[in-house]
Design a protein around this ligand. Structure first.
Ligand SMILES: *Cc1c(COP(=O)(O)O)cnc(C)c1O
Length: 382
């Protein structure tokens, strides 16, 4: 019922907006996901990771929705994202830049009140020099590498960092953090190893608050929670852990319009390279989204879309602007020009598409293109 209303709403939009795909982002569900994570964390606080335009869903709207739910800690990856997001949020919301600071951005960062996550002694020195230049104390977060070799102070820099902290350097450390490499695997060995390493760091740097858990980490138990969690994917409805039922509510649905239908005889080539040849008389529909819209080319001949719950397999290669699906399972005439099929929704989750495309939900979400008409839903479910 719900989705019928949505579809008829989307149909009207077809004419009004000139779009052939409708990406619906349910901000009420986003809010409920945030509260669900909070309920698992209490008394620990939950920030929100809104990097990459909130995983493609719109950082401003997402951040404001979460702010209304009480969230005050927002994490982006690059400084440019903080520059864009800062005006959208009240001053008591803090924005943290996970990738740290590039040389030359320090003064702008300080003046905007954005908090860098310092990942190395070099960054520490830059930030401390900016504080001296501005003649004030500047806030920062320290990230430690506990086993990813990606970002964060490596263990060999810790002694020198501890000495630098004793000197002060005009930098106020708000908290220290690290990131889990395998938090989606509830029984992964690496989680325990990283937790142990974090415990060593906490001993070497006593008195600081700790931020550790991403979405998966929230579900690994209290030991992983620190005082501030940093969930991303779970907020957006992605499964925080592999191999278990997804406890989060879906936030995104995607409906795409049919742009052509046809019936072809057995032995007909479909799509680029003639990669698919029909092995019986087949009815086909071409829908208006392709790899430029975030449906990976790896879905060629593997993925599917749905219509009223019926699976319509993708045949042949995914094109830039379209995919062709086998609709023989539907009654003749069920799909016509402008009919909408479900790419993401009640029958197909992010995880389903990700599995078919041989990737992860994160990549599907962040890849969703900007040719869709985006509709944000605010109302809570009755
Ligand atoms: C992306 C990211 C997160 C969020 O991870 P999810 O798995 O999406 O919850 C948290 N912390 C850091 C450092 C990150 O880079």
């Amino acid at each position: 019922m719900d989705s019928d209303i949505l579809v008829s709403h989307a149909r009207t939009a077809t004419i009004m907006q000139g779009a052939t795909g409708y990406l619906t982002i349910d901000l009420a569900a986003l809010g409920r996901n945030y509260r669900k994570l909070l309920s698992m964390l209490t008394p620990v606080r939950a920030g929100a990771v809104v990097k990459a335009d909130a995983y493609g869903l719109g950082a401003e709207r997402v951040a404001r929705t979460l702010y209304a739910q009480g969230c005050r800690h927002f994490f982006v990856a690059q400084f440019i994202e903080a520059v864009r997001l800062r005006p959208a949020l009240a001053q008591d919301a803090q924005i943290f830049v996970l990738n740290g600071l590039q040389p030359g951005n320090e003064i702008a960062c300080a003046e905007m009140g954005v908090v860098p996550v310092l990942n190395s002694l070099a960054q520490w020195r830059q930030w401390s020099a900016a504080a001296r230049a501005l003649k004030r104390c500047l806030p920062a977060v320290l990230q430690f590498d506990t086993g990813m070799s990606r970002l964060g102070f490596p263990s060999e820099e810790r002694a020198e960092l501890a000495a630098a902290l004793r000197d002060g350097g005009n930098v106020e450390i708000l908290f220290i953090m690290s990131h889990l490499a395998s938090a989606d695997e509830t029984d992964g060995e690496q989680n325990g190893e990283q937790l142990a390493e974090m415990a060593c760091i906490a001993e070497e740097f006593p008195g600081f608050d700790i931020s550790f858990a991403n979405s998966g980490g929230v579900f690994l138990g209290d030991a992983y929670h620190g005082v501030l969690a940093r969930p991303g994917i779970a907020l957006y409805g992605g499964a925080p852990n592999a191999g278990t039922e997804n406890p989060m509510e879906p936030v995104v649905s995607l409906d795409v319009a049919v742009v052509q239908t046809r019936a072809v005889p057995e032995g007909t080539k479909v799509g680029y390279g003639g990669a698919h040849v029909t092995h019986r008389e087949t009815r086909l529909a071409t829908i208006a989204a392709g790899y430029a819209d975030g449906l990976p080319r790896s879905l060629s001949g593997r993925g599917a879309v749905y219509f009223k719950g019926i699976r319509l397999p993708i045949v042949g290669r995914v094109s830039m602007d379209s995919i062709t699906v086998d609709v023989s399972a539907l009654p003749e005439g069920a799909l016509t020009l402008g009919s909408l099929v479900e790419v993401l929704g009640a029958h197909q989750t992010l995880e389903h598409i990700a599995r078919d495309a041989d990737t992860i939900s994160y990549e599907i979400l962040t890849g969703l293109g900007d040719r869709y008409h985006r509709q944000y839903r605010y109302l809570t479910k009755s």
